[in-house]
Design a protein around this ligand. Structure first.
Ligand code: PLP
Length: 394
């Protein structure tokens, strides 16, 4: 009945398939590897309680008042210092804008850069939240294959020369959905190809800090060499997602436009949450906290990988993430992950079928995403056993 009233933008955008799945998986008897939720035991609840008292005493009414679009200076300064320390980035707070999670960062970037049918290069598969956000701006996606070591370089060359995309959106660390990380060599090869192009490169990195091994950090693509780089970060996976705090780092000219877009969107990000997290970061050791999350997720990832090795037929492959929250499973050619989903749900175990991570999301695929961060070892083992049974059935 309301069809004629709705905008082309919203009609163009698929409703979140994953939300539909999460509805099914919410039943208490289901073992769910479907979500992408951090483990709640990792939330620093006691420390945040102390921070609540601190900010109430220290800032009074300010924590409840309207505030600035760019975000709290102390929080932006924390981000500046952290990126200087970790990545040697030469930035100031004028290069940082606080957003309502990284998800809003994606929406703002769409608003600022995309005209109808502008080409956007994405990984194949990509983060479904980005596909949904940019669908709203009628983006024309050009997917580039992802290999175990990063983007497929030959395909990238072709994508760039044929389509001349305006934006490229990549998740180089512990990618969602595959758990893959681009190697240093792959990143350097990508930069050689794109550096002279008219291309804005977005690197979304909510999982980069969750590296299980002590290997050195791999620098971002074109780090410190490219004015057209945009970096996204988030406190969702390293402190709490509930406060909805993310940020964008970019050159001042880009940040100014994002600030205007954000004014129009929500005036500013929840200031109470910004004060709270800023105080938490000031008074606690974030590195120590992250260390404990990594230890937990490493054990969970190992449990899941070992269980898959023991129980899955040998013609099923899966990624072995060195960080982050996901493993990506590939069934033999021609097998359907949707069909597997039905068989798995009958056994009370759930995952996300691969479809929504592809631009052509209506097509049946033989891939699926498993999340390991939100179940204990016993549950992971049991869930994988049931999934193996469902695999036997298809
Ligand atoms: C790659 C990627 N980007 C962005 C987000 C959004 O995160 P948030 O809005 O909580 O910062 C997620 C969440 O799972 C993600 O996986």
């Amino acid at each position: 009945m309301f069809e004629k009233f709705f905008s082309e933008r919203i009609k163009n955008t698929p409703s979140s398939f994953i939300r539909e799945i999460l509805k099914v998986t919410q039943k208490p008897e289901i073992i769910s590897f479907a979500g992408g939720l951090p483990n709640p035991v990792s939330f620093p609840k006691e420390e945040l309680k102390v921070s609540f008292d601190n900010i109430t005493k220290k800032y009074g009414d300010k924590i409840y008042q309207y505030s600035t679009t760019m975000g709290l200076d102390s929080l932006r300064e924390f981000i500046v210092q952290r990126y200087k320390k970790l990545w040697g980035m030469d930035i100031t707070i004028d290069n940082v804008i606080i957003t309502t999670g990284s998800q809003q960062a994606l929406d703002l970037i769409g608003k600022v850069f995309l005209n109808d049918n502008d080409k956007v290069m994405v990984e194949k598969p990509s983060y479904l939240g980005l596909l949904q956000a940019f669908c709203m701006y009628l983006a024309d996606f050009v997917p580039t294959k992802l290999n175990l070591d990063g983007l497929d370089i030959e395909e990238l060359k072709k994508t760039i020369s044929v389509h001349k995309p305006k934006l490229a959106y990549l998740i180089p660390n512990f990618q969602n959905p595959t758990g893959l990380t681009y190697t240093k060599e792959n990143r350097e090869a990508i930069f050689e190809i794109i550096k002279d192009e008219d291309l804005i490169l977005i690197q979304d990195d909510p999982y980069g800090e969750l590296r299980f091994t002590d290997d050195e950090r791999i620098p971002y693509i074109g780090a410190n060499q490219n004015d057209k780089n945009i970096y996204l970060g988030s406190f969702s996976k390293i402190v709490t997602p509930g406060m909805r705090l993310g940020y964008i780092i970019a050159t001042k000219e880009i940040i100014r436009m994002l600030e205007t877009a954000k004014q129009a969107s929500d005036l500013h990000t929840n200031i109470f949450g910004q004060y709270l997290i800023s105080d938490y970061l000031e008074n606690n050791d974030l590195d120590e906290h992250i260390k404990s999350i990594k230890k937990l997720y490493k054990e969970q990832a190992e449990t899941m990988i070992n269980a898959m090795e023991e129980n899955f037929p040998k013609n099923i492959t899966f990624t072995r993430p060195k960080g982050g929250m996901f493993s990506w499973v590939t069934l033999p050619e021609g097998k359907s992950s949707l069909k597997l989903f039905d068989c798995a749900i009958r056994r009370n175990v759930a995952f996300v079928p691969g479809n929504p991570f592809y631009v052509d999301y209506t097509k049946d695929v033989n891939t699926l995403r498993l999340n390991y961060t939100n179940a204990d070892s016993k549950t992971i083992k049991e869930g994988i056993k049931r999934l193996a049974e469902a695999l036997g059935e298809i």
